[in-house]
Design a protein around this ligand. Structure first.
Ligand code: AQP
Length: 334
């Protein structure tokens, strides 16, 4: 029997991914490639919703690819590609848009959050239709599971609704995917505002840990992370969101259960705890940074790997689109 398929994407919207992207998504991608038929992509079509300059987009797309390979995505076991290299994504997004209600799209909270920055009427239409493109990305590959952070739950629900609606209207076409979200890392908090998610676009430089960050500044940021009143190192998401966030980070990286960490730091205070968290994060990210930097010295090789990924992804996308076009009633191309 074929392995179940996973599909996920990440936007090239920064010069580095952050700890939330890594722990919430990319780390699972690396693990899942061992047991699943894995498709991962760099979401450059999504990234243009916020109008990066062409030079910025090109650089960030390559940096993103290098970071994914550097984090452990194996081009032999996973299909890693750039979204815009597979033209079918945009075509399927349009078809799905024609099957989405305005009210349904307007309910997406990420649009509300992101458009607040521009003002709802000046935000691009692409930002509004973004979740529908995301549904197209997923359904195109007939994915079984989508490993993402908790912020994507609502978009996954929309994807499932659109798949079911399309199947009911036009006949069985799409696999209905399920989210794959790990509770303990579904939301890595901003270091300065731990109730908010760490985010490329909304976190302040002090609130975000970048995967590509040098040990010096990284250590400083963790030492300065907002901790809560009191001095006990205990997980309490409501009253101690800062400490809880750091405990979660240390726990996933070391594989040590949180109660064990709480016992270890009993009576030691925040300083000793934060120092250890910083060392754990530095040690975990250093090899990723080094491999990424090395990969970036050979752009031609990086582009070759991405071309191979695009060829494999395109073959699947063509197959899905033949089915979609036929089911919807488009005439075959003469
Ligand atoms: N703080 C987070 N905790 C856990 N998971 C997170 N993800 C993002 N932030 C956290 C997950 O990372 C994957 C890739 O995200 P993305 O780059 O496609 O976009 P995003 O979710 O909008 O993340 P950002 O950092 O906030 O990017 P910008 O600022 O560009 O919008 C997803 O699986 C996401 O859930």
């Amino acid at each position: 029997m074929a392995s179940p398929r996973v599909l996920s994407g990440i936007q090239p919207t920064g010069d580095s991914f952050h700890l939330g992207n890594y722990l919430g998504a990319v780390r699972q991608w690396v693990a899942l490639q061992e047991t699943h038929d894995a498709f991962y992509f760099i979401a450059d079509l999504h990234a243009i919703t916020v109008n990066p300059s062409p030079a910025e987009l090109r650089r960030r797309t390559r940096v993103s690819a290098a970071q994914l390979f550097g984090a452990g995505i194996d081009p032999e076991r996973s299909t890693l590609f750039v979204q815009s290299h597979v033209r079918e994504h945009s075509e399927l997004a349009w078809i799905l848009m024609c099957n989405t209600g305005m009210g349904e799209a307007a309910r997406m909270t990420q649009f509300k959050d992101k458009s607040a920055k521009y003002g709802e009427t000046s935000a691009g239409v692409g930002l509004f239709t973004y979740p529908i493109l995301q549904a197209a990305d997923i359904l195109m590959y007939q994915a079984d599971y989508v490993p993402v952070g908790g912020d994507q739950k609502q978009h996954l629900e929309l994807t499932r609704d659109l798949a079911q609606r399309f199947n009911a209207r036009y006949g069985e076409t799409f696999n209905v995917p399920a989210p794959y979200i790990l509770k303990e890392v579904e939301k890595i908090g901003d270091l300065q505002e731990p109730l908010a998610k760490m985010s490329k676009s909304s976190s302040s430089p002090q609130g975000i840990i970048e995967v590509m960050e040098e040990p010096g500044p990284l250590r400083k940021k963790i030492m300065r992370a907002v901790t809560d009143t009191g001095s006990e190192v205990v997980a309490d998401p409501e009253n101690k969101p800062g400490v809880t966030n750091l405990l979660r980070i240390q726990s996933v990286f070391t594989g040590t259960p949180i109660p064990e960490l709480e016992a270890r730091y009993a009576g030691l205070g925040y300083g000793a705890f934060k120092k250890d968290v910083a060392e754990v994060v530095i040690e975990a990210l250093a090899p990723i940074r080094e491999r990424t930097e090395k990969l970036l010295t050979n752009e031609a090789e990086l582009d070759r790997l991405l071309a191979a990924g695009a060829a494999r992804a395109s073959a699947v996308a063509r197959e899905t689109m033949e089915l979609v076009r036929d089911h919807i009633g488009f005439l075959p191309k003469p």
